[in-house]
Design a protein around this ligand. Structure first.
Ligand code: FES
Length: 157
């Protein structure tokens, strides 16, 4: 029917990879922001790998493209500049430190809150970098801020 054919067309459009820049340029700047099918995305180049995720932090919409990257338990994480939430670059998991009372040592351990920030696929083809949005039909906490800022004109710093 008409409804399902429209839906299929929509899905197809946002499924298409979007070129966000030249490989060499992003390797040099180490991060860029881009609009991918009207979604604000940040692309990081860190220790030889590209990563992409929604630009606004799932917690309160903070600017992840301005955060520092740190390795936590061997996982590269972006630290949100607003309230220092830690998000794994590869999977978008929120990490927190917990003390496990049943364990003898009172050293806090890093734990995952699960996937909180939507990550996207990055591919490199012929010197250009492309981002493919992840499946938007599966909801993610960061969708709230991504949708809220859709199509609004922003000056990115
Ligand atoms: Fe990112 Fe609060 S907005 S930690």
């Amino acid at each position: 029917d008409l409804h399902s054919s429209v839906k299929t067309a929509d899905k197809k459009e946002t499924d298409a990879p979007v070129c966000v820049g030249k490989e060499e340029d992003i390797k040099q700047s180490q991060r860029i922001t881009a609009s991918v099918h009207d979604r604000e995305v940040v692309i990081f180049y860190y220790k030889g790998k590209f990563y992409a995720m929604d630009r606004r932090c799932y917690h309160a919409g903070g600017p992840l493209h301005l955060g520092e990257i740190e390795d936590i338990n061997g996982q590269p994480c972006i630290i949100c500049p607003w309230h220092k939430y830690k998000i794994t670059l590869a999977t978008g998991e929120g990490l927190y430190q917990a003390i496990i009372p049943t364990e003898a040592s009172a050293t806090p351990k890093w734990r995952s809150k699960g996937i909180k920030q939507r990550t996207h696929k990055v591919t490199v083809d012929n010197g250009s970098v492309y981002v493919t949005l992840s499946d938007l039909s599966v909801s993610c906490d960061s969708d709230y801020y991504a949708d809220k800022h859709k199509k609004t004109v922003q000056v990115l710093k």
